[in-house]
Design a protein. Structure first.
Lengths: 332, 173
């Protein structure tokens, strides 16, 4: 592990300035991904700025722009957020996504902001002896013709075919959550669905955040689709594994007609994949499994598969029907 | 080198550390506490689990500088104040044949103690059907809640029996 300098500021402005002023600096939160990257040589920062001393530990109901949101500080632990009574009652997809991720130990260490900024578990990204455009731009992609089980089927590029590993990000996108950031250019809000980016020709950039821009909070607006939402995760073993494919969905019915719906897929793209075509196909329609499957098919027309990833298309299609059927039946 | 302080199994320590030192390496290499084990060293096996400020943590993924001031209880310190120096969870592991080689056991025992607290506090898990109801700690719940600790000997049947017994006896910790 390369030696680094370590800072633990107690205010956001100092933390932001420390990273913004040093191209070789990185924020450190719970460390469950970054500490491993230090060991593997995937990350070799010259300065770590520990954000766990920043006062971003609260969950509170707040008024933002005329509406009520649950404001979650970036340092709130994954375990505490999953157990929070308002999250369990008003945002079940978020609670379900959190408890489906990692292990209890890791959920005590991992934070809300850090979870969103974890990096891909692509085996080639994590193995510094192999080419990887995300780790080393221009070196090539080993996954394109390599081990493909965790590769993307939507929105990939020739430069990068990996997926984003966060379960939480998928659920947050489905409940219309926003991230609040503080950076060299000041504070801003952006939807979680717009935080991560598709790889294009710059797969080294996971998100739209600037260097030195820090997630300080996540805001979850209460809504009918959030209140009736859930998360389903398909994986290779029953627990403690990343998603092969996952679905976060919310449903608001008017009788048997779909008034509003959210469908976001995980494990299939470089970002949480909001299935906008599928949502559009369902809105205003009578709810049925056939309608859901047809909507999923409309979205999946864009899918591009290889022999190693072809299984994901029927998997995410079936999971979408399962999840929406469960919600229509009153489950969460 | 930065100076850090830890309270480990009831004893205070203050020492200078290389900034790259994990809590696991601090415990094992600097303080000679070999109860937490270095299994995978990548957060995948759970053998380095301790209770840190009361909750189960993976010490291999924790930098010592980042946890300066923490109180750590390892499997070696759990028995403090109990009859025969044996924590009831450790005792249940013994009586239920919950290990073979024993390498993962200190992590399993710490993890089980932390899990019992989480159950008491009503934390939901991946297999909890109703997020608003009280958790029914059946075998599915216990397996899911212990899934962060691997046992390569495959002593899971005994581990489950030991943990089940602790839950039934009120989860004394």
């Amino acid at each position: 592990m390369r030696p680094f300098d370590y800072l633990r500021p107690d205010d956001v402005a100092t933390a932001v300035r420390a990273v913004a002023d040093d191209p070789d600096a990185r924020f450190l939160a719970g460390g469950t991904n970054l500490v491993d990257h230090l060991k593997l040589g995937v990350a070799r920062p010259g300065l770590l700025v520990d954000v766990r001393g920043l006062p971003l530990h609260d969950v509170e109901v707040a008024d933002v722009g005329g509406g009520t949101v649950l404001r979650v500080g970036a340092n709130v632990r994954n375990s505490d957020l999953a157990a929070h009574p308002v999250v369990r009652r008003e945002f079940p997809a978020v609670a379900r996504a959190l408890v489906s991720a990692a292990s209890a130990q890791i959920r005590h260490q991992a934070t809300t902001g850090g979870n969103l900024l974890q990096r891909t578990r692509c085996v080639y990204f994590q193995d510094v002896s192999t080419p990887c455009n995300k780790r080393e731009p221009g070196s090539g992609c080993s996954a394109v013709e390599g081990f493909a089980r965790y590769n993307a089927v939507l929105g990939a590029s020739p430069e990068c075919v990996t997926v984003h590993p966060s379960d939480l990000a998928v659920a947050l996108a489905a409940v219309d959550a926003s991230v609040v950031t503080d950076g060299p250019a000041g504070e801003r809000r952006l939807p979680v669905a717009e935080l991560h980016r598709l790889p294009g020709d710059a797969p080294e950039k996971d998100t739209v955040l600037e260097h030195g821009e820090l997630i300080t909070a996540v805001e979850l607006p209460a809504s009918p689709v959030a209140q009736r939402s859930t998360y389903y995760k398909a994986r290779d073993r029953a627990s403690y594994a990343f998603a092969l494919a996952s679905v976060a969905a919310g449903l608001e019915l008017d009788g048997d007609v779909v008034r509003d719906v959210r469908i976001v897929w995980g494990g299939v793209a470089h970002k949480p994949w909001r299935a906008l075509r599928a949502e559009e196909a369902l809105r205003g329609e009578r709810f049925s499994e056939e309608a859901v499957l047809a909507a999923a098919d409309a979205e999946l027309e864009q899918a591009e598969t290889s022999p190693g990833t072809a299984f994901k298309v029927p998997m995410v299609r079936g999971a979408t029907a399962l999840v929406l059927g469960r919600l229509a039946g009153g489950g969460r | 080198m930065p100076t850090v302080s830890f309270r480990v199994d009831g004893v205070d320590h203050t020492l200078d550390v290389d900034v790259r030192t994990t809590v696991l390496d601090l415990l094992r290499e600097r303080l000679g506490n070999t109860a937490p084990k270095k299994g995978c060293d990548h957060g995948q096996c759970g053998s380095c689990t301790v209770l840190l400020d009361g909750r189960r943590h993976l010490t291999c993924l924790a930098l010592a500088v980042s946890y300066d001031g923490a109180e750590v209880v390892t499997a070696a310190g759990l028995g403090e104040g109990h009859a025969d120096g044996l924590h009831p969870v450790a005792d249940a592991f013994l009586r239920n044949d919950a290990f073979q080689c024993g390498y993962c056991t200190p992590g399993q025992v710490c993890s089980a103690v932390g899990m019992l607290d989480e159950l008491r506090e009503g934390h939901p898990s991946h297999v909890t059907e109703d997020l608003d109801a009280e958790v029914d700690p059946d075998d599915d719940e216990l397996r899911e809640r212990m899934s962060g600790n691997l046992c390569r000997c495959g002593a899971y049947v005994g581990i489950l029996a030991a943990v089940r017994e602790c839950v039934a006896s009120g989860g004394e910790a």
